[in-house]
Design a protein around this ligand. Structure first.
Ligand SMILES: [Zn+2]
Length: 191
């Protein structure tokens, strides 16, 4: 097994493209930032023990969680990015998140905060329509409290924009962030 290597997400991205088998672990909660630490665990793909089995305390101590299985995601990630010359950090993170979700960890009804448009780790509602009660890292809105109807959503969004579109959790602010770009994620019926 390769030695454990812990490195910032930006550096990890470069390693990502040469890794063919393994898992990526990222620090903290989505959305990850360039300052988050990442770790790639390369394997030979033949039933090597999982890192969470080998070093559970290490992962816990460093707030590392598995983001994606490179092995399974390789083709779709390569396909997604081969059409572009440059891949932004946001796109890569979105792709990580896409696979994270599609690996069956989460069901995903509405991936974006209806107030600010930030991608969310959990759907705002489950299949039965029950709120997640999650607080958005960007605008600070709470699912189930601030997003119950279009009227409420518009008021909350205006307050957030009038207040300078500040991040509720500034340390999770993404690189080259633009509130206007992010707002485009919101389906038109919620604008
Ligand atoms: Zn939000």
């Amino acid at each position: 097994m390769t030695d454990l290597i812990l490195e910032p997400l930006e550096i990890l991205i470069h390693r990502f493209f040469v890794a063919y088998s393994g898992d990526v672990y990222l620090q903290g909660d989505y959305p990850w930032t360039a300052n988050s630490l990442g770790l790639i665990h390369l394997t030979d793909g033949f039933g090597e023990p999982r890192l969470e089995d080998l070093y559970p305390e290490f992962l816990e101590r460093n707030y590392l969680q598995k983001a994606i299985s490179l092995e399974r995601a390789q083709d779709s990630v390569t396909n997604a990015f081969s059409q572009k010359k440059l891949v932004t950090l946001e796109e890569l993170i979105a792709c990580f998140n896409f696979h994270y979700i599609n690996d069956g960890f989460l069901s995903f009804l509405n991936p974006y905060c209806l107030i600010c448009g930030l991608g969310q780790p959990k759907p705002s509602r489950d299949e039965d329509g029950l709120p997640s009660w999650e607080i958005c890292d960007c605008c600070g809105a709470k699912a189930g409290i601030d997003d119950n109807d279009i009227h409420e959503i518009r008021i909350r969004r205006k307050e957030w924009l009038d207040g300078g579109a500040k991040w509720f959790k500034p340390r999770n602010k993404v690189l080259h962030w633009s509130p206007n770009e992010q707002l485009k994620n919101i389906p038109p019926e919620w604008l």
